[in-house]
Write a protein that binds this ligand. Structure first.
Ligand code: GLY
Length: 393
């Protein structure tokens, strides 16, 4: 592809996807002096804007995911500077809130589950405190009487992903990032090297390096080696938003008769209630059953929520991988860089992903905690030795 007088010069980096991940990479890369173009038909309107915004490495800690925990903790630790820099660059507030997280158990089995989780968290050296029913309600007075107790995690925070998107969009524009608001259809390549992107309107854009940050949709791009993203699947999350007088001061996670739920409050009185975890392919319909169950469990935790206005119910698609960890770095074609697969931790992992991918784009060392999350870890060399083929985990 040759630039002419009517085509813009080839950027150093062409990013597919203007969600939190793509925007944060764009902002950071532009800050390192790279020319950046981001391709997205509607920047900031995908799954990132559906998310509740929990920054919860501790309450999301899961058995056999210690490397992911280390990555999550590193990104949580990067958050204060990340949002401070963003606010300094844009003047915009991101709704970053460090008030902490309560986990509340509804019945005896839920309390036993919380105790088991607590024991596991302690083996990992995490800062978690068991609290009784009285302490739960002292910290969050609108919780229902009769809850059995739970956990207090001072270090699990939250942010407003919609405000964060606005701030990153503004920061990108201020840093000179160019946006092309057309959908990408395919990665363009030549002799095994990614050279650009073909758009749905037939336009071809060239780029020095191509970064794929299109979340669950990344594998729908044409032009990639067969099976390159077979390891990526959409995991649907239905989530709803309530609005009214501010009732809660902390993120409240609930164990409600064996089901997990979370309530994330905003300073303006909004409460985000999430979320289902559904393997339904690329389906983003919302269902009466999911709305009913989320509200039923939310009201069991905080009865006064019934007075709030129900303002929204939406579904987003988390990009899931076989080990629940992200895909970060070069893969599949020369000059192709991947930043997807963040599953339940896309908002949390935004700062460390941007740091790692920008390091790779500038030929610097990415943080060591990202090493286990190479983007090609679910592929292996074929018996013949040459091409890499995707494999089931
Ligand atoms: N991070 C919470 C969720 O994916 O529902």
């Amino acid at each position: 592809m040759t630039a002419t007088a009517s085509t813009p010069p080839t950027p150093d980096v062409l990013i597919v996807g203007a969600g939190l991940i793509g925007l944060a990479i764009g902002w950071r890369a532009a800050g390192r002096g790279l020319q950046v173009t981001i391709v997205d038909p509607a920047p900031g309107t995908g799954a990132s804007g559906v998310a509740a915004g929990m920054l919860a490495p501790v309450t999301e800690a899961t058995y056999n995911e210690e490397a992911l925990l280390r990555l999550n903790l590193a990104s949580a630790a990067a958050y204060p500077d990340f949002v401070a820099e963003l606010t300094e660059a844009t003047g915009l507030d991101t709704g970053y809130c460090t008030s902490g997280t309560l986990l509340a158990a509804v019945d005896g089995d839920d309390l036993a589950h919380a105790a088991e989780l607590h024991a596991f968290q302690r083996t990992l050296g995490l800062d978690v405190e068991a609290v009784d029913a009285r302490e739960l309600r002292r910290r969050e007075p609108m919780l229902a009487p009769g809850l059995r107790g739970g956990l207090w995690v001072a270090g699990d925070h939250h942010i407003d992903p919609r405000r964060l998107l606005d701030a990153l969009l503004a920061a990108c524009r201020a840093a000179g990032v160019r946006f092309v608001e057309v959908a990408a259809a395919a990665v363009a390549s030549s002799a095994g090297r990614a050279i650009g992107v073909e758009l749905t309107d037939g336009t071809r854009l060239s780029g020095g390096r191509v970064v794929l940050a299109a979340g669950a949709h990344t594998g729908q791009l044409r032009g990639l080696p067969a099976g390159a993203f077979d390891c990526l699947r959409p995991v649907k999350g239905q989530i709803l938003r309530l609005r009214g007088p501010a009732l809660l001061g902390h993120t409240v996670r609930g164990l409600v008769r064996g089901t997990s739920i979370y309530l994330v409050p905003r300073a303006d009185g909004e409460v985000v209630v999430g979320a289902t975890v559904e393997e339904q392919g690329f389906d983003t319909s919302v269902t009466a059953g999911a709305g009913y169950e989320l509200l039923r469990d939310a009201l069991e935790l905080v009865p006064a929520l019934s007075e709030l206005e129900l303002t929204e119910i939406r579904a987003g698609l988390r990009p899931g991988t076989p080990d629940n960890g992200p895909l970060l770095g070069p893969a599949h074609l020369t000059d192709l860089v991947v930043a997807t697969g963040h599953y339940r931790n896309g908002v949390l992992l935004t700062p460390i992903t941007a740091q790692a991918i920008t390091a790779m784009l500038t030929d610097a060392e990415p943080p060591a905690v990202t090493t286990p999350f190479r983007a090609d870890r679910f592929a292996r060399r074929s018996a013949a030795g040459g091409e890499r083929i995707a494999v089931a985990p």
